[in-house]
Design a binder for this molecule. Structure first.
Ligand code: SAH
Length: 344
């Protein structure tokens, strides 16, 4: 049986029409699910008893459950969620001055095999369905609601490659974004990709204005090939034009480049110079990320001094750049670490 939380409004409308209902039914159901947050069809008292029975036969209210929860001193909450089939994924809630952001996983494991990443240590087992991504957001939203707060931002930046699970991620984003559901503005939603070029181009044409983050991490094909196997399929001379195209298609949205600084690997001033030249035509921002060491691969975090020099070089060239604030360093908040700990 499918969870009623797995459909965008457009998809649920099609289902309602196919079940002989008016299109309006889907809006009613959305309102019960996402505005009133009911957990059963029995509570939907503006829907006929007989149709409620029909709904019960076709859909359930399954959402991922919280298996492990770790709270950091800085307010970060990391959860290991248990899915219907017993698989586990991580989601993280972060408190910023501007609101509350949830970092969502999009797959169980990941096949991208980036050399520095803990997620790839466990190969992809399967894609997450929209309700499994949404459930991560709803779980944190429920926690926040107790204090009168709510989730305001979402980044698809947890375990998995969102563009290796395109259709489910798109339905999930449409539910987040729908005024009849969570009503999180597209500009408050970010999808992070390792650079799947055809999907970047397709995503630009969806008519959303979602932020795109590109995990770049290297300024040359030579180095990027070593760190990120995806670069062999979609090298920089394909990636950069696709990013420019995305900006044009999505109403001038500028991309963010994520750049992990790894000691002695990609953190020199030479690297900064090459990076600046590479991304200049995109007008993108650079988010410098102090590397979170993963025991298994031997890479080390760049020194504070080289991070500062790298950052200052970009600023001196008028490239907008920030050093990412770290959350939850006292808990296993880095990518894939909590799940890896429990799978070991
Ligand atoms: N597959 C997508 C989203 C998941 S990874 C992507 O590649 O963007 C989310 C971000 O965390 C990526 O930028 C990734 O490169 C980065 N990351 C992975 N492992 C990390 C680590 N140990 N320390 C810091 N950042 C890491």
């Amino acid at each position: 049986m499918n969870s009623i939380y797995s459909y965008s409004l457009e998809e649920l409308t099609k289902i309602m029409l196919a079940m002989g209902q008016s299109a309006y039914r889907s809006k009613q159901i959305f309102s019960w699910l996402y505005k009133k947050r009911v957990k059963s069809f029995d509570e939907m008292n503006d829907i006929s008893l007989s149709f409620r029975e029909e709904l019960k036969k076709n859909f359930d209210f399954f959402l991922p459950t919280i298996d492990v929860m770790e709270k950091s001193k800085d307010g970060t909450i990391k959860c290991l969620f248990k899915l219907r089939d017993g698989e586990r994924v991580e989601g993280v809630l972060m408190h910023y001055v501007y609101g509350y952001s949830v970092c969502v996983s999009s797959q169980v494991g990941c096949n991208m095999s980036c050399a520095f990443c803990a997620s790839g240590l466990l190969k992809k087992k399967r894609n997450l369905t929209p309700d499994e991504m949404l459930g991560q957001v709803l779980a944190f939203d429920e926690i926040l609601r107790k204090d009168g707060n709510h989730v305001t931002h979402c980044v698809v930046m947890g375990t998995g490659e969102p563009f290796d699970n395109y259709d489910n991620v798109l339905s999930f984003i449409r539910i987040l974004n729908s005024p009849f559901a969570l009503d999180i503005g597209a500009r408050h939603i970010t999808v992070s990709t390792c650079g799947v070029v055809p999907s970047i181009l397709r995503f630009g044409k969806e008519g959303l204005q979602v932020n795109l983050a590109i995990s770049l991490h290297a300024p040359t094909n030579e180095l990027r090939d070593k760190l990120m196997p995806i670069n062999k399929a979609y090298p920089l001379e394909k990636l950069i034009p696709a990013i420019i195209q995305y900006g044009n298609d999505s109403n001038g949205r500028r991309v963010t480049f994520e750049y992990i600084l790894i000691k002695g690997v990609n953190d020199s001033i030479e690297d900064a110079k090459k990076l600046e030249r590479l991304i200049r035509p995109t007008f993108g921002f650079v988010n410098l990320i102090p590397y979170n060491p993963v025991v298994e691969n031997g890479y080390e975090r760049a020194d504070d001094e080289s991070v500062a020099l790298f950052h200052n070089y970009l600023l001196s060239k008028k490239v907008k750049s920030t050093i990412r604030k770290e959350f939850g360093s006292d808990i296993d908040a880095a990518c894939g670490q909590l799940r890896a700990k429990y799978e070991r």
